[in-house]
Design a protein around this ligand. Structure first.
Ligand code: ZN
Length: 245
C-alpha cells in the first residue's frame, strides 16, 4: 500500500537511478506511475533525469496528458505512456529510456532473443517485441505498442530506445536492467560466434513459468476478450487499491 508521498519519493529515486545507470543523456527518458484515479505522477519535460527533484514533479491526466498539478510542462513522449496505460490497465508504472546497448540493437532494427538464457525467459518472457519507429501520438505507433505490450512487459522501440511497464517503478527499472544486460551478453556472444538458443522444450517450460509468475491481468482487454476477473474499470480500481489510493 503506497502513499502519494512514497510514490513521489520513488519517482525521484528511480529518475536519478536511470541517469546514474547511463541509460539517458541530456533530457532523455521519462517515468510515470499511477497516482490517483485518472491521474499519473510524472517527470516533467526538459530536465536531466539526474536532476529531478520532488518539487519538479507534475500530475497529469491519464486520458489526455493535461497537467493537473505542478508548474512544469509534460514531456512530448507522454503519449507513449498514455498508450501503454490504455493497453495495460493492470500496470502501475512506465519507464522509457535509451540504454545504449539495447538501443544499439533497436537502431539496427535487430530484435534481442531472450531464449538464450533461462533467467531472461523467466523474467522477461520468451520474446521481446521490437516496435517499428513512429512519432509519439501517431495512431500506428500506439497500435503497435499496444500489441507489443499484450505480449511482453518490456519492448524495444525501433530507432529509438526501450519501454518497460510493471506494477511499480522498481519492477520497470529491473526489467530494463535485464534487457540491457541481455544486449551486452548478446554482443559478447556474437564476437564468439553467436549465442545458441536453449532447446524448444526447455524454452516452453520456462515460458510457462514466466506466464504463471506474470499473468498480465489486463491483457485480455487488448485482444478484445473479456477478462475473467472483471472489466477494465474494475482492473484499474484493483490496481489503484494496490497503490493505496
Ligand atoms: Zn525517447
Amino acid at each position: 500500500m503506497h502513499t502519494q508521498e512514497f510514490l513521489r519519493a520513488d519517482l525521484v529515486r528511480f529518475s536519478q537511478a536511470v541517469h546514474a545507470k547511463g541509460w539517458v543523456a541530456n533530457h532523455d527518458g521519462n517515468l510515470t506511475c499511477r497516482y490517483a484515479e485518472g491521474q499519473l505522477l510524472s517527470t516533467p519535460t526538459a530536465v536531466s533525469k539526474g536532476a529531478v527533484a520532488p518539487e519538479m514533479l507534475i500530475v497529469v491526466s491519464d486520458q489526455d496528458g493535461s497537467v493537473l498539478q505542478g508548474t512544469r510542462k509534460a514531456f512530448s513522449e507522454l503519449k507513449l505512456h498514455l498508450a501503454a496505460y490504455r493497453a495495460r490497465p493492470d500496470i502501475g508504472a512506465v519507464i522509457h529510456a535509451h540504454p545504449p546497448q539495447a538501443t544499439g540493437f533497436a537502431v539496427c532494427q535487430q530484435p534481442l532473443d531472450p531464449s538464450i538464457m533461462a533467467e531472461t525467459i523467466v523474467s522477461l518472457g520468451p520474446r521481446i517485441p521490437l516496435v517499428p519507429f513512429g512519432l509519439p501520438g501517431e495512431t500506428q505507433l500506439d497500435e503497435e505498442l499496444s500489441h507489443a505490450l499484450s505480449q511482453a512487459d518490456v519492448v524495444m522501440l525501433g530507432n529509438h530506445g526501450v519501454l518497460a511497464v510493471g506494477p511499480d517503478l522498481e519492477t520497470c527499472m529491473l526489467r530494463i536492467e535485464l534487457l540491457e544486460h541481455l544486449a551486452k551478453i548478446t554482443l559478447v556472444a556474437r564476437q564468439l560466434g553467436g549465442a545458441v538458443s536453449l532447446p524448444p522444450e526447455t524454452v516452453q517450460k520456462l515460458s510457462d513459468k514466466h506466464a504463471s509468475i506474470f499473468p498480465r491481468d489486463g491483457v485480455a482487454q487488448v485482444s478484445g476478450t473479456p477478462a475473467a476477473s472483471g472489466d477494465a474499470q474494475s482492473i484499474v480500481a484493483q490496481a489503484l487499491r494496490r497503490l493505496g489510493n
